[in-house]
Design a protein around this ligand. Structure first.
Ligand code: HT7
Ligand code: ZN
Length: 876
């Protein structure tokens, strides 16, 4: 496929000021008439042909200023429309196309989900609706008339504000006209038509605008939309206080649909969501689901400013909206919940998804320099590492300057399509600083490493910390990165930063040292005793740290560090060390494991009831993926699994009495109404972390506890945690519990997704065969992305021993699914295929099996661009 390069960017030769769309919805024969007000772009090439994008379109009629153009003046096919000699003045094109929304299985453009008409236009779906300049730097004002059979689609929604509605005389059809006053790129266009229930509430913005917030869901599910509705309201209020951003239309609509390629989409005034991220009730949603709904609702809402009001010049600038908006949603969630616990969750996610991506064949800069298929670049690197860059910027310049810079960015770029340079320029303007070296973070892939060493001089009472940064694969010419390092010193009995004569270091300001060169050092004065350095507090930079700490020092941090993140990190590092020692067959770790158990016991005694959510994070060992990432090469997933299982057993044995009594102490008194808030969720998290460890050590006791928990559960979090614990113990009890669960939730697709996922994650030999059986289950369908993700995605991403079966059966299953899906939904197929990313780091037998599965996919004729792109890069 042709490669698109950032360096080749040029402005469009034409602009489209106004778009009038007339969409007559029909299940198979939808007619779209687009009337486009075009003009030559003064910044483009004079006299250039007009080349409109198209994808799978059927052209029915075309007029230029009211006339049919001469046949030799136009070339049109399914994938584009060219006017060879367009007028050198403003002109109007009227284009009529026909589409079949029911046959649209790619879920891009206009399609039907469970009978509801909806659209998905990012990144390049609008060209599947009409011929257009489908690029984010062409901004237009849209008026949309939507017409449909009233019975099939009583609700008709568009972007912006409603201006007119009525019936079509002499028919069973009706229509609605929507006008969006704010110019936008085509990727933010949306419409919806269908039978939907609605919940709504009013909101008055800080500017005094009366807004109606509404959430639309499948009939009968309105009571499950309350949490999402509330989350929109909290997001609106938060963006006003935290960033001074007010909403700008009279309506803000959210629509939940069940077939959706990703999480949600920020279409102007009409966000469309995967219903998984809207619908919640205690009976069907876990605490994790509630948190995800809150975060994604906020994310899409925040795009209204970071993405919509200020959009991207081109798709290379994707992090400009996505990284920034992830940062904003993370801040929102931190304010709504526990900041420390949320930071831990963010870092777990970054390490689980972004670090491996950055260490494998699909690594790319946060701002890629080229792509073959842009839909493959909605990645953890663009989103999560992109957010870390914004966070580092804030750490570097401080909160006040950061807020001023954001204000400046929005003010200077409102209504335009901007670049990463425009973003940084705003912060340079308000701080007077040169950020050109910081900008390097956007340019190169790979996770940097920072090696740290410390030395204490008791006579001089000084402590020196030396830092050295390196970047994997970066040539000698690669300039060093600007790395903010949050740090502090901790003594054997607590923080050393006592009020009387605290240690200080000249270049450490507000607890942050900035490493700007390949090597540097900082010296603390006035250090009374040998300290333990607390490094990269709150995970101040997305790097791997080669730390000077031994386990004794880490235990000091676990006990005393005022930085909660580093307390958690200390426990994770100890656990990682113990498990990697076992994987490497070093048995010397035994005494260390006992010390760790004792320390965790003391930690639980001090913290568990004070902050259960935090304690649950400390008890949750690093994942098998974390271990694989730590080990890096010649990975043997079975050895990793065994090491992790053994340490869980040890903790479960050593902490058993404490864990049992914690479960008692944290149980909600009978009759307590369910609350999804962070405190209640934290108590459930710790109870369930305790269950996991107890069951690891004593499957029989675990089974009994899990069965009792399922029988008594008043919410999905506890019920599913019980089922997850049972799922790890082979036998009749597990199968009975799985059947009962399936029966109870037979009519709840989102809950059945959990049922599929739990089975896909069973780390036992029979799982591949079980999944093959489940692919034939009546509730399973390859056409629904949630179902594919829950069964095959969970398997490939969260069941390392079975996906990486040495006989290649796991790879074969995923490869077959990728190929089966590619014809209907290449975006989801390509996404699934990225699970093969780490194949080169596996031990030789698995490496060969994974490579041959990848090659089998890549050699299949007629592959989509999406899958071809992942295949080519994975094997390069
Ligand atoms: N901006 C959106 C990204 C997106 C997407 C969403 C749904 C289906 C296909 C999609 N392609 C790209 C989601 C977001 O980050 O907010
Ligand atoms: Zn986004």
């Amino acid at each position: 496929p042709p490669t698109v390069r950032l360096e080749d960017y040029r402005p469009s030769d034409h602009l489209i000021d106004r778009v009038e769309l007339d969409v007559r919805l029909d299940p198979h024969d939808t007619r779209v008439t687009a009337t486009l007000a075009l003009r030559p772009n003064p910044a483009g090439r004079a006299g250039a042909p007009l080349v409109l994008d198209g994808d799978d379109l059927t052209l029915l009629a075309l007029e230029l200023d009211g006339q049919a153009p001469a046949p030799d003046a136009v070339r049109a096919d399914a994938s584009g429309l060219t006017l060879h000699r367009p007028p050198q003045r403003p002109f109007t094109l009227r284009i009529e196309t026909r589409l079949d929304p029911t046959a649209n299985t790619r879920l891009m453009g206009l399609y039907r989900s469970n009978g509801v008409y909806c659209t998905q236009c990012e990144a390049d779906g609008f060209r599947r609706i009409t011929y257009f300049l489908d690029r984010p730097d062409v901004l237009s004002v849209y008026t949309t008339r939507i017409e449909a059979e009233r019975e099939a689609a009583p609700v008709l929604l568009g972007n912006g504000n409603p201006v007119e509605a009525g019936t079509v005389p002499g028919t069973d059809r009706h229509y609605a006209v929507w006008h969006d006053p704010l110019p936008k790129p085509a990727y933010l266009f949306a419409l919806v038509g269908g039978r939907l229930d609605r919940v709504a509430k009013p909101f008055t913005t800080m500017e005094g605008r009366a807004v109606e917030i509404a959430v639309y869901v499948e009939p009968g599910k309105a009571d499950r939309a309350a949490y999402a509705l509330d989350a929109v309201e909290r997001s609106m209020a938060w963006d006003e206080t935290a960033f001074g951003r007010a909403y700008d239309l009279d309506l803000f609509n959210v629509v939940a649909v069940s077939d959706f390629n990703m999480g949600a989409m920020e279409n102007k005034g009409l966000n469309i969501f995967n219903d998984k991220y809207v619908l919640a009730s205690p009976e069907t949603a876990t605490d994790g689901d509630y948190a995800a709904i809150e975060a994604i609702i906020a994310h899409e809402y925040f795009h209204n400013w970071s993405g919509n009001r200020v959009t991207c010049r081109d798709w290379f600038q994707l992090c400009l909206k996505e990284g920034l908006t992830v940062f904003r949603d993370q801040e929102f969630s931190s304010d709504m919940r526990s900041r420390a616990v949320h930071r831990i969750a963010e870092v777990r996610n970054l390490r689980a998804r972004q670090f491996p991506e950055d260490a494998g064949p699909l690594a790319h800069p946060v701002r890629p320099k080229q792509y073959a298929e842009i839909n493959n670049f909605y990645t953890a690197t663009v989103y999560e590492k992109g957010a870390e860059i914004v966070r580092m910027l804030r750490t570097l310049i401080g909160e006040t300057a950061f807020r001023a810079g954001m204000d400046r960015y929005f003010a200077d770029n409102d209504g335009t399509a901007a670049t990463v340079e425009d973003f940084l320029k705003a912060f340079e303007a308000v701080t007077g600083r040169d950020l050109s070296r910081f900008a390097e973070w956007y340019e190169r892939p790979g996770t940097p490493r920072v090696a740290v060493s410390g030395s204490y001089d008791p006579a001089a009472r000084t402590y020196r910390l030396a830092f050295r940064q390196t970047r994997p694969g970066a040539g000698a010419d690669a300039p060093p990165l600007v790395i903010p390092i949050g740090l502090g010193l901790v003594g054997p009995d607590g923080p050393l930063d006592g009020p009387l004569a605290p240690p200080f270091a000249e270049r450490v300001e507000d607890g942050v040292f900035v490493l700007e060169t390949a090597e540097d050092a900082v010296t603390f004065e006035n250090v009374a005793a040998e300290p333990v350095p607390s490094l990269f507090r709150a995970f101040s930079a997305p790097v791997r740290v080669e730390s000077p700490l031994d386990d004794a020092a880490r235990l000091t941090l676990l006990r005393h560090d005022p930085d909660s993140f580093n307390r958690w990190e200390a426990a994770q590092r100890i656990a990682l060390g113990l498990m990697t020692a076992q994987v490497r067959d070093e048995t010397a770790g035994d005494a260390g494991a006992d010390d760790f158990v004792v320390a965790l016991g003391a930690f639980l005694d001090a913290e568990a009831l004070r902050d259960p959510a935090f304690a649950a994070q400390v008890l949750a060992l690093p994942s098998e993926g974390d271990l694989a990432d730590e080990i890096g090469t010649e990975i043997d997933p079975d050895a990793i699994f065994a090491a992790r299982r053994d340490l869980r057993r040890r903790l479960g044995t050593g902490l058993r009495e404490r864990l049992l009594s914690l479960r008692e102490a944290l149980a909600e008194p009978e009759g307590t109404p369910f609350s999804p808030d962070a405190a209640a969720a934290g108590r459930r998290a710790l109870r369930n972390a305790a269950l996991d460890l107890i069951a690891a050590a004593d499957p029989e006791a675990g089974t009994a506890l899990a069965q009792a928990q399922i029988a008594q559960a008043t919410n999905m979090t506890d019920r599913l945690a019980g089922l997850a614990a049972l799922a790890l113990v082979p036998g009749e009890a597990r199968e009975a519990a799985l059947s009962a669960f399936a029966e109870r939730y037979a009519n709840e697709p989102l809950v059945l997704d959990k049922w599929f996922a739990i089975q896909a994650m069973i780390p036992e030999d029979g799982t591949v065969e079980r999944i093959r059986r489940l692919q034939g289950h009546p509730a399973f369908a390859n056409t629904n992305p949630n179902r594919v993700r829950s069964l095959v995605g969970s398997f490939s991403l969260a069941n390392p021993t079975q996906f990486n079966r040495a006989d290649g059966a796991g790879y074969a299953l995923v490869a077959e699914t990728v190929l089966a899906l590619d014809g209907t939904n290449p975006q989801v197929a390509a996404r699934l295929m990225t699970a093969f990313g780490p194949w080169r780091r596996l031990e030789p037998v698995r490496r060969a099996a994974a490579e041959s599965a990848l090659r089998r996919i890549a050699a299949t004729p007629g592959l989509s661009r999406d899958v071809t792109d992942i295949g080519t890069r994975s094997l390069a």
